[in-house]
Ligand binder design. Structure first.
Ligand SMILES: *[C@@H]1O[C@H](CO)[C@@H](O)[C@H](O)[C@H]1NC(C)=O
Length: 308
């Protein structure tokens, strides 16, 4: 009797581990209450000036309708070379999350030379509470890369079950010149103009103490039905092989990753690789003198749904 009760517990735990219930359904103006504006000079030294909520609204850098939320960079002003960078927006979630599933339904991501769009989560005291980059790329180059950044003592196995290609397997920023352990998504539709021309798609991340996984589905490319139907619960066991899989085998996830805020921004990575990516003149000159080049430098979200 006693033994049989004990024996059923691990099974119950396994089922609960992959079914999650929706806790946050962020749509339209919901983004403005779920996130705060970080009006800070760009910590990564890009040619960007992050503005507050009031300035963003008055310059239409944020725009909410019933079923969409747009966040953009200024595309009207020629900049003074000795003045501030181009106005843009950096949003930080008011809530923090540890183990959770997040699904970003993205209709459009910032594209063009000089843009560095990013969706990521980060804890306090970087890199000690870790960073998870879900969507990140630069100057329209290639495909998306999903990356973990940690302090020393977190590495990834060379071989693991994922559809993407590992770039580096040491997540320690000190050992990798801040690069961390990245996985490139092998699907051109995951990023930049190709992503946008295809109507965007979904990025999802699942964080448990045993792994962090990232999935990507293009708009018309086999997204699981619990996601496309907007279900209030999801089962990640049915989502297939992730594009990036970061197991805890040689990375104690529960101690390397603390409570995280979600960050949405576009921001010196673009500068660092600018000249090698076929963009005109220098990055700073280009950003200063070509406001209209930023017409497509916007994120449009259908929703952000969080499950725990
Ligand atoms: C503000 O931006 C939205 C989204 O791009 C656009 O539909 C709207 O026309 C813009 N409003 C103004 C006044 O430019």
């Amino acid at each position: 009797m006693f033994l049989s009760v004990v024996a059923t517990l691990p099974l119950a735990c396994l089922v609960a581990g992959s079914t999650y219930h929706r806790t946050d359904n962020i749509v339209g103006s919901g983004f403005l209450s779920a996130f705060s504006f970080q009006a800070i000079s760009d910590p990564t030294h890009g040619r960007v000036n992050y503005v507050n909520a009031q300035t963003a609204a008055s310059q239409n850098l944020t725009f909410a309708s019933a079923n969409s939320f747009v966040v953009r960079a200024d595309s009207k002003t020629v900049l003074n070379p000795s003045g501030a960078g181009r106005n843009s927006v950096r949003l930080q979630s008011n809530k923090q999350f540890t183990t959770a599933v997040m699904i970003f339904d993205v209709k459009h991501m910032p594209q063009g030379c000089g843009t560095w769009p990013a969706l990521w989560t980060v804890g306090a005291d970087w890199p000690n509470q870790g960073e998870v980059d879900i969507l990140e790329g630069v100057n329209d180059q290639g495909t998306n890369q999903a990356t973990l950044h940690t302090n020393a003592g977190c590495t990834m196995p060379a071989s693991r079950t994922q559809t993407g290609t590992s770039v580096l397997n040491n997540c320690d920023v000190a050992a990798t010149q801040n690069s961390g352990c990245g996985v490139k998504v092998n699907d051109a539709r995951s990023y930049g103009p190709t992503f946008n021309n295809n109507g965007g798609g979904w990025y999802a991340v699942e964080r448990t103490n045993a792994f962090i996984k990232v999935w990507f589905w293009p708009r018309n490319g086999g997204v699981p039905s619990d996601i496309s139907s907007g279900s209030t619960s999801v089962n990640t066991d049915n989502w297939g092989t992730p594009v990036a899989n970061f197991p805890s085998t040689t990375c104690p996830i529960s101690s390397k990753f603390g409570p995280h805020n979600i960050i949405i921004n576009r921001g010196d990575w673009a500068g660092a690789v600018y000249s090698s990516s076929g963009c005109p003149s220098s990055c700073v000159d280009y950003v200063n003198n070509n406001p209209s080049a930023f017409t497509n430098a916007y994120f449009e979200f259908n929703s952000l749904r969080i499950f725990q």
